[in-house]
Write a protein that binds this ligand. Sequence first.
Ligand code: NAD
Length: 491
Amino acid sequence: MSYQQLYINGQWLSPKNGQTFSSIDPSNEQEIAQVAAASVEDAELAVQAARQAFDQTDWANQPKQRAAYLRAIAQEIRNQLDALAELEVRDNGKPLPEAVWDIQDAAGCFDFYADLAEQLDPNHEENIPLADERFNSVVRKEAVGVACAIIPWNYPLLMAAWKVAPALAAGCTLILKPAEATSLTAIELGRIAEKVGLPAGVLNIVTGIGGEIGPYLTAHPEIDKVAFTGSVPVGKQIMQSAAHNVKNLSLELGGKSAFIIFSDSDLDAAVEWIMFGIFWNQGQVCSATSRVLVQQEIYPELLQRLSAAAQKIKIGNGLDADVKLGPLVNAKQYQQVMQAIRQGQADGVQLLSGGQRPAHLPQGYYVEPTIFVDVPLEHPLWTDEIFGPVVAIRAFQHEQEAIQLANNSIFGLAGAVMSKDLARCQRVARKLRAGIIWINCSQPTFTEAPWGGYKQSGIGRELGVWGLENYLEIKQITSYSSDQPWGWYTS
Ligand code: NAD
């Protein structure tokens, strides 16, 4: 299968400059595909196609048809589940069962927004009671226009679905720019769009180098909205770039989420959810609970059990049976994570277990599940997002202290709390300054519930009805219905 073309205006086009880049299987460091590297000329074609499809077709006024396309895409993703999941493993490295979840979730996301599109009525207008009876006012919702979605590599097809599905449901047209490390399933999404007959220009898929075409797209005056998921530094650049024409902007950025474990917790459950919270997807999860606060009474026992369990995690190629930890996505990520570990060791932070490349895996970007304990509050292992299978743990004495430590972060994406005292869990959940809080678990994510962060973790919410609102403008239409003159210039 070739990945050397861009999907623009319903056609497969080679990049104008003929450039491609390499996509690597992180389990063996071998190239699996050459991928089209769009130039700004190609990006411009995509913008024109999306603009034309929005301005010159009836796409924005046909929610029932949009719902039918979204359902057809969901069905086709399910038809191709096995192939898409395997491709995701080869491109990203994640274990196959996790890739299967992702692809199923992506299909579910298209179905969910098909349901919401079906409920949209372009003629629906809500009367707004006004204090001044001479006026009538109605409110309606309209698609924002042309959107540009820029996504990361940790959940490639799923992150595409989180943006493409609500944008199309709302009646926007779209340019999707996948991460260069994992462009393959996004291109497959283009083939699916073509197969289900999505009108030309409604969805355009432009693979390429973020630093080259990204700023062109995010500053483009013909793009009305940018929806970005990725790192905080790039999010800040995009905010500045989008300021050129004051674009509608939503940002899903990084995190350093805290997991508070109280001493009455079931220790086996605590071990399982701590591990899932940081080792799932190799820890390359924006909401990973990468800071763990454990109440002093159970600290030694929990650490001992956690370390023993982490060392039993099967590491290897994501396609091999029972593997729970695959390679990191690429050489750059591997080096960054290893650098953070080495820095921690050099600074004398206590490494409880892991911290190495597994001895039996000399090739591929593998890192052992890594546990640092008694991590100083000001150390980067405690404060910075590492985006790998590295957890930083500390003990705490009291509830207030745990809340204060959890909230002491520039991030506010997620948080988690575990205790048999459910009233305490509910109380703590309400005190944590983050957009997503889990009680007695960490990470489960549902299409129906809002997703997004406080503080530097982002702006806006994806998923659920909030995800659809992201792509809708609110318009008021106010009529003067009095027989009387306005009387401003005459007495
Ligand atoms: P990244 O910020 O390096 O890249 C994300 C995307 O932005 C890629 O498609 C990249 O090509 C593009 N890009 C790079 N430079 C650009 C520029 N100047 N202008 C426009 N686009 C540009 O992030 P990443 O390494 O792909 O992903 C990891 C980060 O994403 C982590 O920080 C993680 O926390 C975050 N993330 C957040 C969420 C969330 O929901 N909050 C979900 C997944 C990942």
